[in-house]
Design a protein around this ligand. Structure first.
Ligand code: THU
Length: 383
């Protein structure tokens, strides 16, 4: 049974990385050095020392002093913080839902103590809202070492299979995994494929996935009877990914889906509109491809679009699934996008990163992420 949630801070609950890099850059520039935010990117999430020392290994400032940089940083940070909103979507809500469910909550960040506490306050909570705050000063080894999470579990009195870690960077995910806890990767910092290769157990595009008591309960249940290597949340449900699904690259699968979509278009039943559409989707969990065409009806409103036919074929074959990508082909330029009804229908089996690829007969091609087409989707949480 899950008893505790352990949160990294930056990139999970709050977004201060851009502010941090801006101030870091300002420090080096104030010393007359040339510097860009890029110099900091590889050194994020592993403590302030690594943040500055790492950047200076690229910037090569001669009279560099970490202590000076650190002081400069604190002054500027405290001054700039109240000018921006740092809470990430769903952060406040998951903390409230965790409280309602009686879970223990810990913040485990390698950042300096003052920064973690200031950020937490900026979320609108007192520090005693959580059971424990561990920061850079409390550990001897930074992430990816699991020390911070192991220490938190020891203090909270929970075992590693009773805690879930929330992380956003490769090093953080590794730290969570090495602590023995199930680790959720929140895609604020790294890409989907990076999160997969880092070994995250669950992948969500934001903490909004857990913004209600019900949706958080769904995660707790999943984490307890966990079997598959990676879970990603699509619509209101989780999909585990099999090894088979990872055998072919996404590009190869999209090529196959394209061919199947054109084959399906040949079967389009469109005697009224004479508008033919074909679609094929790739199942995230199994890697299998399912296709559909539009099927019209004398009573026009009974028409079913190609995309929805592909989805119902897929669900009929393997049950609730996650759509990794969907190809939609038509014979017009620009190619037809999914209609609004299909967008809502697809919402149930997609996430923000589901790829939507539109192709026309003449080869016109447009690629979207699902969130481009459906920015504010309606999803009813399920347990
Ligand atoms: N159609 C689709 O199959 N998919 C879409 O997303 C747009 C519309 C079909 C439905 C109907 O058979 C024809 O195109 C004209 O509306």
């Amino acid at each position: 049974m899950i008893k505790a949630l352990l949160f990294d801070m930056d990139g999970v609950l709050v977004s201060t990385e851009d502010l941090s890099m801006t101030i870091g850059k300002r420090y080096f520039e104030s010393k007359g050095a040339r510097c860009s935010k890029k110099n900091f990117e590889k050194h994020l999430g592993m403590g302030e020392r690594t943040f500055f020392d790492g950047a200076n290994s690229e910037v090569h400032l001669k009279d560099y002093s970490y202590d000076e940089a650190s002081r400069f940083f604190k002054d500027e940070y405290l001054r700039d913080l109240d000018k921006i909103e740092i809470a990430l979507p769903g952060a406040r809500e998951i903390l409230k839902a965790a409280k309602e469910l009686g879970l223990k909550i810990a913040i485990c960040s390698s950042a300096p103590d003052w920064k973690v506490r200031v950020n937490f306050n900026a979320l609108g909570f007192n520090e005693d809202y959580v059971d424990l705050i561990l920061t850079g000063k409390d550990v001897t080894k930074n992430k990816p070492d699991p020390e911070i999470y192991l220490k938190a579990m020891e203090i909270l009195g929970v075992k590693s299979n009773e805690a879930i870690v929330f992380e956003d960077t490769k090093g953080g995910i590794e730290s969570g995994k090495r602590s023995g806890s199930k680790t959720v990767s929140v895609l604020n910092t790294i890409s989907l494929s990076e999160a997969e290769s880092a070994g995250a157990d669950f992948i969500v595009t934001s903490l909004r996935s857990f913004s209600t008591k019900e949706s958080l309960e769904g995660l707790l249940k999943r984490a307890s009877d966990y079997k598959n290597p990676i879970y990603r949340k699509f619509g209101s449900h989780y999909v585990g990914r099999s090894k088979r699904a990872m055998m072919l690259s996404l590009e190869e699968k999209i090529k196959n889906a394209e061919k199947m979509a054109w084959d399906a278009l040949e079967n389009a039943y469109s005697p009224f509109s004479h508008f033919r559409v074909g679609s094929a989707l790739i199942s995230y969990g199994t890697g299998k491809i399912y296709s559909g065409c539009n099927v019209e009806n004398s009573s026009y409103g009974a028409t079913i679009c190609a995309e929805r036919n592909a989805v119902t074929t897929a669900v009929s074959s393997e049950g609730a699934l996650g759509i990794e990508a969907i190809v939609i082909v038509s014979e017009v330029d620009p190619p037809a996008p999914p209609c609004a009804v299909c967008r809502q229908f697809l919402t149930e089996f997609s996430d923000e990163h589901t790829k939507v690829i539109l192709i026309s007969k003449s080869g016109y091609r447009e690629e979207f992420e699902f969130s481009d087409l459906m920015p504010y989707p309606f999803i009813l949480d399920s347990k």
